[in-house]
Design a protein around this ligand. Sequence first.
Ligand code: NAI
Ligand code: BGC
Length: 266
Amino acid sequence: MQISLEGQVALVTGASSGLGHACAEALAAAGAAVVINYNSQREPADALATAIQARGGRAIAVEGDVSDEKAVDALFAEALNAFGRLDILVANSGLQRDAPVGEMTLEEWNKVIQVNLTGQFLCARAALRQFRKQAARPEISRAAGKIIHMSSVHQLIPWAGHVNYAASKGGVDLLMRSLAQEVGEERIRINSVAPGAIRTPINEEATEGDAEKKLLELIPYGRVGDPEDVGNAVVWLASDLSDYVHGTTLFIDGGMSLYPGFRDNG
Ligand code: NAI
Ligand code: BGC
């Protein structure tokens, strides 16, 4: 079955690298016009937009810090200006500032919460306001708008040395579910994806050499994920094939959340 997002507009935050990049590519390949948000890495964002255009797609790269309210408003305004409407938001931007809790600075705590949690709130709110303003087009999409939050297995799995990050993703889970409860009757569909270990710049050190061998002990399926694993799932969640999926987290983790430590223990 072929998934088509023709006629729909998607905005992906943090799409200059890693999972955001893969999501933007996959959404464009499915026919969506794509707004590629970047924070500081303009070159790869522009290059992705150019590559999508060269394949006959529609894409623009737009700067914007998702933790800054004014910047988020400007990002959505530019998206609207370019494509006239918004159908899909992938709130993907996120970062890590790891430290043992006794050494974690308030700045490290605040930065992660501001980008990973407040950023998701600001973008979801902006998308929601736009969904409410524009006419629904049931012939193109049964939902009046779709939001996909980028969470993590660490909305579930505690993560020593990363309390700021795990707290931010735990927050994303209840942000997503509360939002889904609040706006479902408007036929606005809200879900999360929760990746496990996917090879991107955020976890380079953990996915190479001996570290990768250790990491694989935590993945029953026996491989580190590729960004496309997440991009493909996001396309499905953005499409009508998942129209009755609402308020759910889809784990894309090769089984990392199955407590693999219990395979030969306990
Ligand atoms: P990445 O480091 O390649 O991508 C993060 C993106 O967020 C970058 O494009 C960066 O520019 C952007 N970003 C950071 N601060 C921003 C800000 N203030 N405003 C706008 N954009 C900003 O890493 P990756 O892995 O692609 O991460 C993307 C998301 O996926 C994050 O939310 C991360 O928590 C999540 N994730 C990643 C997993 C992995 O194994 N790679 C697993 C589970 C979740
Ligand atoms: C983190 C990655 C980590 C993965 C599995 C993600 O949320 O950003 O660094 O490899 O979870 O632990």
